[in-house]
Design a protein around this ligand. Structure first.
Ligand code: HMG
Ligand code: MG
Length: 315
C-alpha cells in the first residue's frame, strides 16, 4: 500500500563528501550524481552553497549540478545556509535555463543547541531561525521548495544530551516558516532506537509525521543507524536520508562517521512490508548502489564502509 512507500534522500554527494580533506574533482562529484540517478535514486542532495571558507569541499556545487547527467523525475536539492547561498542558487538557475531546472529545492539547516549552531553557522539557534525564515520566504517566492534540517537531535558534541522539547519546538518553527519537511539529524550518530523513539514521540506532538513531514537522518557512529531507521519507520516516518558507501560526517561534529549506508537500508528493507521508491523498475537498484559505494570510496582511497556493500562484494 502507498502508506508503506519509503523515500530515500541520497545525501552522499553532500553529507558524504563535505568532510573530505583532499580536493575531489568536479568530474568525480558529477559522475557520482549521474550514477546515483542511473541506479534509480529519486532524490539526490547534490551539494551545498555554503561559505567555501567554512566547507571548501562544497565549492563548485553549481558545476556539479550543471555537469551531472540528469534523469526525469529526479530531484536535486542543495543545502543553503543564508541569503547569499540562495542568491547563488538563483544565479545558477538563471545562467542554466534548462527544463526541468537544475534544482527546484533548497535545504536550510539549524541545530537543537546553541553550541552546535555556533560551530556550524556562527550564530545561535534563535538567530538562525530568524534569518532562515527570511531565506525560506525568499526561496518560496522564487518558486523553490524548502526542506529544513535540525542537527544534534539526540546529543551535541559540545553540550551533551539534548532536550527533545527543544527539538520539537525547532522542528515546528521550520514547518511554520514554510518548510514542507524537516529532517531530524542525529549528527553525532550515537542515538539508540529507544532514544530515537522518545525523541519522535515528542516531535510528533507538534509536527504531523503522518503527513510525511518528518525525515530521519542518522549517522552511524555507534552502529545503530539501521536500527534507528526501522524505529523511525515504525513511528510513521517515510523519508530517510542515507549515504552511498556510508560516506560522510559533519566537519563540526568531530569523530562522527557517515550516514547510514544506502545499501544497508535497501538490504534491510528487502522482502519487508516497505517498498523503497525509485525510478528504475520502481525502486533503487541495490547491486548498482553497491558498485557506486565501492567506486566512490576507491576514488577517496578507501574501502566501502557499507556492511551490505562489503558482504555483497565478497560473495
Ligand atoms: P560567517 O563567517 O559568520 O559569515 O559564516 P559571513 O557572512 O561573515 O561570511 C564569511 C565569508 O564567507 C564571506 O567571504 C562571505 O562572502 C562568504 P569574505 O567576504 O570574507 O570573502 N559567504 C559565502 N560564500 C558562498 N556562499 C555562501 C556564503 N555565505 C558567506 N552561502 C555561514 C556564516 C553560515 C556562511 C557559515 O557558517 C557557513 O557557511 N556554514 C555552513 C557550514 C556547513 O556547511 N556545515 C555542514 C553542513 S550541515 C550538516 O552537515 C548537518 C546535516 O547533515 C544534518 C546533521 O547531520 O545533523 C545537514
Ligand atoms: Mg549529516
Amino acid at each position: 500500500t502507498p502508506a508503506n512507500i519509503v523515500n530515500i534522500v541520497e545525501v552522499g554527494p553532500r553529507d558524504g563528501l563535505q568532510n573530505e580533506k583532499g580536493v575531489i574533482p568536479v568530474s568525480v562529484k558529477a559522475a557520482l550524481v549521474s550514477r546515483l540517478g542511473r541506479a534509480g535514486v529519486k532524490i539526490i542532495e547534490a551539494g551545498s552553497f555554503v561559505s567555501p571558507k567554512w566547507v571548501p569541499q562544497m565549492a563548485g556545487t553549481g558545476e556539479v549540478l550543471a555537469q551531472a547527467e540528469r534523469f526525469p523525475n529526479v530531484r536535486y536539492p542543495v543545502l543553503v545556509p543564508n541569503q547569499k547561498g540562495l542568491d547563488a542558487v538563483t544565479t545558477l538557475l538563471a545562467e542554466n535555463p534548462v527544463s526541468p531546472p537544475l534544482t527546484d529545492e533548497i535545504a536550510i539547516f539549524t541545530a537543537a543547541t546553541d553550541a552546535f549552531a555556533r560551530a556550524n553557522l556562527n550564530t545561535t539557534t534563535a538567530e538562525s531561525l530568524e534569518r532562515l525564515a527570511l531565506v525560506t520566504k525568499a526561496a518560496l517566492d522564487r518558486g523553490l521548495r524548502v526542506r529544513g534540517y535540525v542537527s544534534v537531535v539526540i546529543a551535541c558534541p559540545y553540550s551533551g544530551m539534548v532536550d527533545y522539547v527543544r527539538v520539537r519546538e525547532i522542528a515546528k518553527a521550520l514547518i511554520d516558516m514554510g518548510c514542507y519537511e524537516v529532517s531530524l539529524g542525529d549528527t553525532v550518530g550515537m542515538g539508540t532506537p529507544t532514544q530515537i523513539s522518545e525523541m519522535l514521540e515528542e516531535v510528533k506532538k507538534s509536527v504531523p509525521v503522518g503527513k510525511l513531514a518528518v525525515r530521519g537522518h542518522f549517522h552511524d557512529t555507534y552502529g545503530t543507524a539501521v536500527a534507528n531507521v526501522l524505529t523511525a519507520l515504525s513511528h510513521g516516518v517515510r523519508t530517510i536520508d542515507a549515504s552511498v558507501g556510508g560516506l560522510g560526517g559533519c566537519p563540526y561534529s568531530p569523530g562522527a562517521t557517515g550516514n547510514v549506508a544506502t545499501e544497508d537500508v535497501l538490504y534491510a528493507l528487502q522482502d519487508s512490508p516497505y517498498h523503497v521508491a525509485g525510478t528504475s523498475a520502481g525502486t533503487i537498484d541495490l547491486e548498482q548502489m553497491v558498485d557506486i559505494g565501492w567506486w566512490i570510496s576507491e576514488q577517496l582511497g578507501r574501502e566501502s564502509t557499507s556492511r551490505a556493500g562489503r558482504a555483497i562484494r565478497a560473495r
